[in-house]
Write a protein that binds this ligand. Structure first.
Ligand code: SF4
Ligand code: SF4
Length: 501
């Protein structure tokens, strides 16, 4: 027992000539990697505790530190790679389910990188977004299939409730508890400044954030944490979370250690208790049951808020979405298997679900074939990394995209994949007050606004290049896309031609 079966995954390289023993790295590392050895008169490192969050590297005043992936390899072969061997060692030591965070890191195809965007040449000229109007606004919700006018010529058709976004992007669900107060504050402020929405996730809405209601999507998940009438009334829309891309088919678990006084009040659960949301909603076993919840939520808000149903991208997603569209939901959010999370069982994260690109194309096509595409808006999430991914998603049929990992990167996340420990050195996935205060909500929201503003400009440039001047004209416009290196089946599901055609 106590035997270490493997060399640490990361090495701390300290340049002794540069190090001035200021101990900043020691103060900054919640994993206690660095310490001062008074006997040796210098800093030392316990590399077995390092998660490669790069906090010490960023804050070392003399640039004395580097964290590198260790090149000490276990003896692997084509069947048994490093990670698989390490996981067996870990489980034979702990007897437990392996936990991870963020999205699926396995080398499955990233279809966004195998899709190319068109640009106008000669005919249908391109549009210069600096000189000509370009519409990036979108409205999410049910659209009437036809409009009626009264004898006075005025519009008679009533539009069901919509969410208005200044661009086809929203911050996706991250609960207060899994992320810090300051991370939520950053997202809420940025969403309000940008004219888009952020999402409470399943953790309820902190009192301080009710002021951002018009830019908030309030979530109702299986645990019903923090759900009450005022909460439902507070947001721009209500989202029923049926599933999540990072962990389809299972519930959520926020360890009691993260449930401090504020989280406990917001979630309406006792302080220090584990917040476990069950895998299914215990009142939903059919589309009819889902329909009841959709209509209950509409009744609770006087039919003033659109209802979103969020599902993980899984096999047969097109049929599932068709059922949801018939349940009365206004918006369907589909979350692909590369989507991030604060904590998920590693096996589920890495093996369950399907890529968002295939799911989105299949759903859009099915709803069109059934003539019910206008009954719902589609929101695609699960590793939307850039403005180009947004444009490709819209052309594949999305009305808008959910973004989370890119948003936390903007807040300082270094993708160390250890959110589940609660020791996020960047103040994002933690409730420890000393760590939370490292993220300044002013700076956080400014960086988010910058990121989204840059994306919006790029979206306009990409659209202009295609000769398209509105998101509405780009939506489902698969003629603007070509596949590269894809087989016939993949092209068929995506509904696009191959490059060169
Ligand atoms: S932060 Fe840099 S200079 Fe300061 S003790 Fe650590 S390695 Fe040395
Ligand atoms: S949020 Fe924090 S703990 Fe999670 S991956 Fe990013 S830096 Fe690491």
């Amino acid at each position: 027992m106590g035997l270490n079966y493997f060399y640490p995954e990361f090495e701390v390289i300290r340049n002794e000539q540069r190090c001035i023993n200021c101990r900043v790295c020691e103060q900054q590392c919640a994993n206690e990697v660095h310490s001062f050895d008074s006997g040796l008169g210098r800093m030392v490192s316990d590399e077995s505790l390092c998660v490669d969050c790069q906090r010490c590297v960023a804050l070392c005043p003399t640039r004395a530190l580097k964290i590198v992936k260790s090149d000490c390899r276990l003896r692997e072969n084509a069947n048994w790679d490093q990670d698989t061997i390490r996981e067996v060692y870990k489980q034979s030591g702990s007897g437990g389910v392996l936990l991870s965070s963020m999205g699926n890191p396995k080398p499955f195809p990233v279809y966004w990188d195998k899709i190319l965007i068109n640009a106008s040449q000669v005919t249908n000229p391109s549009i210069d977004p600096l000189r000509e109007p370009m519409e990036t606004r979108v409205f999410l919700g049910k659209k009437p299939s036809r409009v009626e006018k009264g004898p006075d010529g005025k519009l008679r058709t009533e539009l069901p409730p919509q969410i208005e976004l200044s661009m086809p992007v929203m911050f996706s669900a991250m609960s207060y508890g899994s992320i810090s107060y300051n991370a939520h504050a950053s997202l809420a402020r940025a969403a309000s400044l940008l004219g888009i929405c952020y999402n409470t996730g399943e953790g309820g809405l902190h009192e301080d954030f009710y002021q951002y209601g018009p830019n908030t999507i309030v979530q109702v998940a299986s645990g019903r944490f923090g759900v009450h009438e005022r909460y439902l009334q507070a947001g721009a829309a209500i989202e029923i979370k049926m599933g999540q891309g990072a962990k389809p088919g299972i519930g959520g678990h926020l360890p009691g250690a993260k449930v401090g006084p504020d989280v406990s009040r917001t979630r309406m659960i006792p302080e220090g208790s584990d917040a476990i949301s069950p895998a299914p909603h215990h009142d939903i076993y059919s589309i009819e049951d889902l329909r009841q919840l959709v209509w209950s939520l509409k009744e609770a808000t006087g039919h003033t808020k659109p209802v979103i149903v969020k599902v993980a991208a899984v096999h047969n997603i097109a049929a599932i979405a068709s059922g949801i569209a018939r349940s009365g939901a206004d918006i369907i959010a589909i979350d692909g298997f590369r989507g991030g999370t604060g904590a998920a069982p590693t096996r589920i994260r890495d093996n369950v679900g399907i890529p968002i690109e295939l799911a989105l194309a299949a759903v859009d096509q099915r709803l069109r074939d059934e003539g019910i595409r206008n009954n719902v808006s589609l929101v695609a999430g699960g590793s939307i990394r850039s403005s180009a991914d947004v444009v490709k998603a819209v052309a594949l049929g999305a009305d808008a995209c959910y973004v989370a990992t890119a948003a936390v990167l903007a807040l300082g996340c270094h993708l160390c994949r250890s959110c589940q420990t609660g020791r996020c050195n960047w103040g994002i996935a933690t409730q420890r007050p000393d760590l939370v205060k490292r993220l300044d909500p002013e700076t956080g929201s400014e960086r988010l606004v910058n990121l989204m503003t840059a994306w919006q400009r790029e979206i306009m440039e990409l659209m202009g290049g295609m000769g398209i001047n509105s998101i509405e004209a780009l939506k489902g416009n698969r003629l603007m896309l070509r596949g590269i290196g894809l087989n016939e089946k993949e092209l068929q599901i995506l509904g696009i031609a191959h490059a060169g055609e």
